[in-house]
Design a binder for this molecule. Sequence first.
Ligand SMILES: *Cc1c(COP(=O)(O)O)cnc(C)c1O
Length: 383
Amino acid sequence: MSCTFSPSICHINLDALERNFKRLGEPSSLMPVIKSDAYGHGLMQVAATLDRAGAVSFAVGTVSEGVALRKAGLAQQIVLLIGCMDKEEWLLAMQHKLTPVIGSFDDLALAAQVCAENEPGILNAAIKCDTGMSRLGFNLDDKSQLLEHLRKTPKIKPALLVSHLACADMPEEDGFTKRQIENYEKFYAAVCSLYPETSHSLGNSAATLGHHATSNDISRPGLALYGGNPFYGTRLEKYGHNQEWVMSLSSPIIHIRELKAGQSISYGRIFTAQRAMRIGIVACGYANGVNRQLSNRMKVLVGGRLASQLGRICMGMFMVDLSQFPEIKTGERVWILGGKPDPGQTAPDAQQIAQMLGTIPYEVLCHMGSLNQRIYGNDTLAY
Ligand SMILES: *Cc1c(COP(=O)(O)O)cnc(C)c1O
């Protein structure tokens, strides 16, 4: 959750979120993924914005996320991607009319037991099939046995069939994705033979942007909602170009000092000045989601221009080179993500940071969003 002790501010641009959502298609064909505190953007605020934008369903991870949305008055279909872990959770899911994933015969047995023992006794379920991810879900070979079980437990309604693509963002893995889609269609045909009302949901952001999934699919975009491009660096990159980053991260310069030639800075002395330099100390560090591996490598936006970070990133502070920024004063904000670049400059973003760290922007957003105080607005810099 948002950390109110942090001096850094995570700015969430809710208008950009809404625009991203609209670019992804009609609300009726989308199930926005807002798990893990909406990828660090804040579950409740993101859900409220998408509700106003017409969302008809949501995907979260856990029962507690689903219950929180119900308590806030949201009436949409809410799919629990992680499902339920014990009897209490199945009961909560049933009582709050949530739609948990059922992906095994054990799930099915426990859910059926809870339905039999409690009122109202009806549970809408998202039947999960494994088509190649090998994480959660029934195997293809299980489908007739599954249908038999479902027939015997009429209180469990298969509202939805879901599966998840492992490589939809990798054009070179198109063959694998195609096989997943074929497996999915076989499973869906079997479920439909008994439950023709069941809807289906396969695609993630990449499938949505790349028009991969089958027709009438209710796709589940996550990353693309928050501005990420799952096709970054591939030949399909252009499909994600219209998405805008929703999160920015800024922190104030708390001190400015001179460094003499030969003087080192911060822990471990990994940077030594070759000449006199002007250095800004920024109140942000790895405790605020700025990974220590970015030390001496990252660039941040200061007064519209990029400045180099120098020396080891500390827990709550890092240093930037202000030698080319004589006008910058203590108290001005440095942008770790986003900000307003001058013409010809580009703002740092979660993709670039992920690239430097050998990870994906999902992780950067989750960390920076959850480790800082979040402020909501309708522009990047208007607050
Ligand atoms: C996280 C998740 C998604 C969203 O994936 P993106 O790549 O962020 O679009 C969709 N489906 C499932 C099951 C997920 O866990």
